[in-house]
Design a protein around this ligand. Structure first.
Ligand SMILES: [Zn+2]
Length: 271
């Protein structure tokens, strides 16, 4: 499933080809995504210019004047740019063609993704309105996380993965961030001190930034390629390493389940 780093990498990969370009054609091959693709999308888009692509959580927001095309890649979706598109294949659902001749193709074998039109600002859209803060925003700091967790006795990892608190911290990134911050994932959220929450904020940003940087080297996969973009394999400290030695201290990595998700930590480095 595309996580925040993959979505951000996609955004950066698409932007140079799509931004400031006029939409010249929209071809919908299959409307049946998670929600039906609006029938009037071609009428809405053709002749309009994509000013820029923003990202909110795992949504890509194509800004066309005051209006927004919201795109989510679901479980298996991908967006690629072609200068000379190959014939449409089985899971290719939508093509957007631009004035520069490039074609943006949405592919999604399981069709859990979405492509929706939002007139006006998309901030009040039901999919976006309830989202927590962005991990790279200035609002996400130790004070914010302190306030958000004082009434939470559940595990700190669950607070970190709660998209009403902060968006984009999936299971892998939560595990890795907590290791980097030296905090046990099952520690009650309201028992983590403010200085340690400050370390956690930094660790979340560093972990996501490392994954985005890793993705930068695979950017070409998003452009003029028929291949599937690989997921970003960080050199994980704890995720998926149960029973293996900690890369820092050599202790055996332990695991448990939290909220039904695989959770691993170093009993020596994390307190
Ligand atoms: Zn360790």
């Amino acid at each position: 499933m595309p996580e925040l780093p993959e979505v951000e990498t996609t955004r950066r990969g698409l932007a140079p080809h799509v931004e400031r370009q006029k939409v010249t054609a929209v071809r919908i091959y299959d409307r049946r995504l998670r929600w039906p693709v609006p029938r009037d999308l071609p009428r809405r888009l053709v002749g309009r210019t994509v000013d820029r692509i923003d990202r909110r959580s795992k949504y890509l927001l194509f800004r066309l004047g005051v209006d927004t095309l919201i795109v989510h890649m679901g479980m298996t979706g991908s967006l690629r740019v072609f200068a000379d598109p190959p014939p449409k294949q089985a899971h290719d659902h939508i093509d957007l063609e631009f004035g520069n001749g490039k074609v943006l193709r949405y592919r999604d074998p399981r069709r859990f993704g979405a492509m929706l039109w939002s007139p006006g600002s998309s901030s009040g859209h039901p999919l976006l309105a309830e989202l927590g803060v962005e991990p790279f925003s200035t609002e996400f700091d130790a004070d914010y996380l302190y306030r958000a967790t004082r009434r939470r006795r559940a595990a700190i990892k669950l607070a970190l993965m709660d998209s009403h608190v902060v968006v984009g911290v999936g299971n892998i990134y939560a595990n890795e961030s907590l290791f980097r911050a030296g905090i046990r994932p099952h520690r009650p959220a309201n028992r983590v001190s403010r200085p340690r929450l400050a370390r956690l904020v930094s660790a979340v940003r560093e972990t996501l930034a490392d994954a985005i940087a890793k993705g930068g080297s695979t950017l070409r996969d998003y452009v003029d390629s028929r291949g599937e973009p690989g997921s970003f394999q960080l050199d994980y400290y704890v995720y998926g390493r149960e029973g293996e030695p900690c890369r820092v201290c050599g202790a055996s990595i332990r695991s448990l389940r939290l909220g039904g998700r695989a959770t691993s930590y170093c009993p020596s480095c994390q307190r």
